[in-house]
Design a protein around this ligand. Structure first.
Ligand SMILES: NC(=O)c1ccc[n+]([C@@H]2O[C@H](COP(=O)([O-])OP(=O)(O)OC[C@H]3O[C@@H](n4cnc5c(N)ncnc54)[C@H](OP(=O)(O)O)[C@@H]3O)[C@@H](O)[C@H]2O)c1
Length: 407
């Protein structure tokens, strides 16, 4: 439906798109309903085989448009189908955890109790090859492409910009995006951790994170709040995030992982996050949290790629219903030049990066690659739909390097 002479282009995410053209294309292939108001999780219209209808707040708009088209074709009044509209609250979104997740202290619930996550997430770190880069355009591209898990952190300093993207017209509904946040190591004391969570949430304009995870198991000295750290001069950022003692060594703080975990539980108890997790932890540290905490981690985030598969830790977590998220899945030096990845990719029309991501997904691990290149953002998402065969998995597993030095 094209409305008179008015400009049919509208803002979707942060881009200007010609929706009328999109709708026209849909009609040309014989689909009678407009698609495109909310592509986050299209659902099937049970009455019309093969036709997707918008599932979110766009649904009434689609119903009205269809009613006008019908009235124009057949004459008569504009009768708007209820399209399943109901006074009931919307269904629980697929990507977010049930509210009660994590009440099992030991994590003994096994795979059945594990958090449901998208197959792949998008890394929002601004750190790239020793420099800080702006990530807003690439995060906007990721949301427009269909990523529904964003990995962010206080240290990345871009929570307010992610909040702006998610509040923009055309952005996916908040409850369809799983947002994973992290307090930095200088905020492991309770008052600092609560303030860090509240500050990030205020910038994101959210009530709560889907998961809030310790960025690192060990604590550093607190030298001031980190809110909007990216806007500070570089030397001030360094001094706050990597504090030094008088002798120039990194200034640590005496907060054990057990105490930091209790403080994270306090963040959860205040309703500031639905689940809690742990990054860069060893198996021993995860065990310590399981022994001492009241709530089991919903997820553990670790550096993971074919050189560093962390098989023991992954199995340990999966056996206890703890999801594993792979950070830095693509950036190990030399990894994407491995002939084995190119050979597997050639058979499947995947890049070496795509093979690494499919390897993670095939093992039940959620990779969170970052990219500033639109083609990579889109290709990486598509690769997550691939599953490697047992033979291909074994060929990737063979790249394991016991001497690989993690970050
Ligand atoms: N919890 C933690 O302590 C921690 C630590 C590190 C990272 N992380 C998280 O993990 C995310 C990802 O890690 P990372 O930033 O280290 O980077 P990464 O995802 O391992 O690698 C990014 C690099 O891979 C390239 N790339 C991406 N897709 C590609 C493709 N299809 N083909 C070829 N090259 C491709 C990118 O270049 P282009 O831009 O040109 O595509 C970039 O140089 C971070 O953003 C952050 O959210 C967490």
């Amino acid at each position: 439906m094209v409305c008179g002479d008015r400009d049919p282009a509208v803002d979707v995410g942060r881009e200007r798109r010609n929706l009328a053209q999109d709708v026209l294309e849909v009609r040309l292939v014989g689909v009678p309903h407009a698609v495109g108001i909310d592509l986050a999780a299209p659902e099937q219209d049970p009455r019309v085989p093969g036709v997707a209808v918008a599932a979110g707040p766009g649904q009434p708009v689609v119903a009205v448009c269809n009613a006008i088209e019908t009235a124009a074709d057949e004459g008569g009044p504009v009768l708007v189908d209820d399209y399943g509209a109901t006074a009931d609250p919307p269904a629980v979104p697929v990507v977010s955890p049930p509210r009660e997740h994590g009440t099992d202290r030991t994590g003994s619930g096994g795979a059945k109790s594990a958090l449901r996550l998208p197959l792949i997430g998008f890394g929002c770190s601004r750190y790239r090859d020793g420099e800080y880069v702006d990530r807003v355009d690439s995060i906007a591209t990721a949301l427009d492409s269909g990523y529904r898990l964003l990995d962010t952190a206080e240290l990345y300093g871009n929570d307010h910009r992610i909040g702006e993207l998610l509040a923009a017209s055309g952005a996916p509904d908040r409850e369809r995006v799983f947002v994973l946040g992290k307090p930095w190591r200088t905020n492991h004391r309770r008052e600092h951790m609560l303030a860090a969570a509240e500050g990030s949430l205020a910038d994101l304009a959210f009530d709560a994170f889907d998961c809030y995870a310790l960025h690192w198991p060990t604590a550093l000295a607190h030298r001031g709040e980190l809110r909007r750290i990216a806007e500070l001069p570089a030397d001030r950022q360094e001094a706050l995030a990597f504090p030094e003692d008088a002798d120039g060594t990194l200034a640590t703080d005496d907060v054990s992982i057990a105490e930091a975990w209790r403080n994270l539980e306090a963040v959860r108890d205040r309703g500031l996050t639905r689940t809690i997790g742990l990054c860069n932890a060893s198996r021993e540290q995860v065990e310590r949290v399981l022994e001492t905490g009241s709530v089991a981690p919903a997820l553990v985030q670790i550096e993971r790629h074919p050189y560093l598969p962390r098989t023991d830790l992954v199995s340990f977590c999966h056996d206890r219903g703890i999801r594993v998220v792979a950070h830095s899945p693509l950036s190990a030096p030399g990894l994407l030049d491995e002939p084995a990845l190119a050979a597997i990719g050639a058979d499947r029309d995947l890049s070496p990066a795509g093979v690494v991501l499919a390897w993670n997904v095939s093992r039940g691990v959620v990779p969170i690659p970052s990219s500033t290149a639109e083609s990579h953002v889109v290709d990486n998402l598509a690769a997550a739909a691939e599953r490697l065969s047992p033979d291909e998995l074994a060929r990737v597993d063979a790249l394991c390097d016991p001497d690989f030095d993690p970050r």
